[in-house]
Design a binder for this molecule. Sequence first.
Ligand SMILES: *[C@@H]1O[C@H](CO)[C@@H](O)[C@H](O)[C@H]1NC(C)=O
Ligand SMILES: *[C@@H]1O[C@H](CO)[C@@H](O)[C@H](O)[C@H]1NC(C)=O
Ligand SMILES: *[C@@H]1O[C@H](CO)[C@@H](O)[C@H](O)[C@H]1NC(C)=O
Length: 597
Amino acid sequence: MAVRDASSLLVGLLVLFLTWGAWADVEVNMEDRVEVFRGETAQIACMFKSSEGIGAMIIQWFYMTRGGEKQRIYYQDITTKIVDRGTPFTDRISVNGTGATGDVVLTISNVQLEDELEFICLIRSVTGEAGEGRTKLKVFETPNLPSIESVQTGISVNEEGLAKIGTCEVKNGFPKPNITWYRNMTPLRTVQDVVKIMPSITTESSGLFSVRSELSMKVMKEDKDDQFYCEVTYFVPGGTRMTETNRINITVYYPSTAVSIWVESPKGKIKEGDSIELHCQGNGNTPSSIITIKHTKSGQTWDNDVLVLNNVTRLDSGVYECISMDTDTFDEISGDTSVFVNYLDPAVVMPQDTIEVDQGQKLQATCNALSSLQMDTAWFKDGQEVSRGHSLILQNATFDTAGMYMCVVTVPEIEEMETSGTLLVHVQGPPEIMEQDYTEMDLVFEKTVDLSCHARGFPAPSITWITSDGKVLKTASQEETEDGVQSVVSIKVTSDITALCNASNKYGSDAVTFNIKAKGSGVIIAVIIICILLLAILGSVLYFLYKKGKICGRSGKQDLTKEKSNKDNIVVEMKSDNTEEAVLLGVNGEKQPPSDQ
Ligand SMILES: *[C@@H]1O[C@H](CO)[C@@H](O)[C@H](O)[C@H]1NC(C)=O
Ligand SMILES: *[C@@H]1O[C@H](CO)[C@@H](O)[C@H](O)[C@H]1NC(C)=O
Ligand SMILES: *[C@@H]1O[C@H](CO)[C@@H](O)[C@H](O)[C@H]1NC(C)=O
């Protein structure tokens, strides 16, 4: 403005010089620039004053063509207002104000990119004095949202020169938007041999600008986690705005400086029969490396970074080495780990399988297993723990000592590791027949009964059954038990029987006697026969008494005799009611004279 003012002052002085004293001037004031979005309406104000007053001014608007010519678009005086025909603005402009107040406004609607021109407001008085002002119209268009694309392939740090990282693009802005690349939070600029940013600008047919920018870089291992993005700045009326693309990262290939190998599973101690999984990994990111796992003891190798060994044995113990070879440089690096496969061999019981011990003597046995780990040993009999530790010592053996012993070897550190062995103990001694519940029994005639005899002792006793009259009974069944023999005979009861079970071996013998009394139907028949006989006797006795009474009972004792005989009759009736009682009465009656009753 100051310059403008100064220059107009200079022009004024020049005019003053040329016209000699005829002082006359029009002063015009305008904004340097008016800024507006494309498609919107622009208003360009023109203010003026004159020493002669501001009535009856001629107002004209021009624009400067790209060729540098002044092109009128509007004319106005006291009587007329004319929009010049055939200009780009003919249909889109209007001017407000008559000029009487010293200001007019040129309104341009639907501003286009081509409208970015310089507009001139020329004011002339009727006496010929004139002044003009200029305003530049600036047009803006907000660009589309920017986009970013990263390279899809990984980048090796061994790559020579700069590698392309990605491309940013922003379309349809006006004026030209700027693209700035960022790595993490830091803007990038071109640095020789390190960073190259290549922008390219396209003018679309619409006149809008599209900008692309390609970033190339010397990639290092440290860049593997970097995030890249673009920032787009563009002008808007009255300022600048900024947008960002989303972040991209790149895949950086870099060689390993170390490899490690480890047992991925199982996590704890390893035992024979397990499946183990070894993993090998380098600290680099190298699609082009070859990984080999080697069992140093056997020399066996596997070309893989994961090794699964099934059903391992102690032979699989040892050092496993992992070798990683870079196929670009043929550099080899390696790492190793030790694997130990724990084992537990089958239990060995001494003496083997069976042991014979004399009654009253000491029983001694051991149970051992070979293992890489600490073991616990326990002895069991019939599911009950009888001893801890690998040796079994039992004093004073009895038949109760005999039987099957089991030794169980466990490894506290690895729960599933277990082995076991058995030992059959025979206690040598004369047979001993187990106590019987029934050796005396009353049995119904003709019944069959099973007599059972269980004799302990070793060697297994032989059992014979003999009746009291020396008859040998046939054995119905005989089976060996853990500690002796069990024998059974079947007897049909026909009379009282005494049976002897005799168990004997080379150390001696033991016997038990069964007494069976036959009872039941046979006895009852005998009782009935006796009753009939007694009745017959009683009948004859009564007849005899009656006869005797008739001879000597005439003296008047007849009544008494009659009473007596009545009583006797009652007795007989009772007898026929109950046979059992009749026997007893009969017996009593026989011993005691009926007269006493
Ligand atoms: C774009 O960059 C140029 C050159 O550095 C600068 O003159 C201009 O002002 C920038 N534009 C924006 C919108 O920041
Ligand atoms: C970029 O990094 C994120 C994690 O930070 C990851 O999930 C993604 O896969 C990476 N993308 C590329 C292209 O490397
Ligand atoms: C049992 O048998 C053995 C051997 O046959 C014999 O020596 C022993 O006297 C018998 N015992 C009895 C009570 O019969």
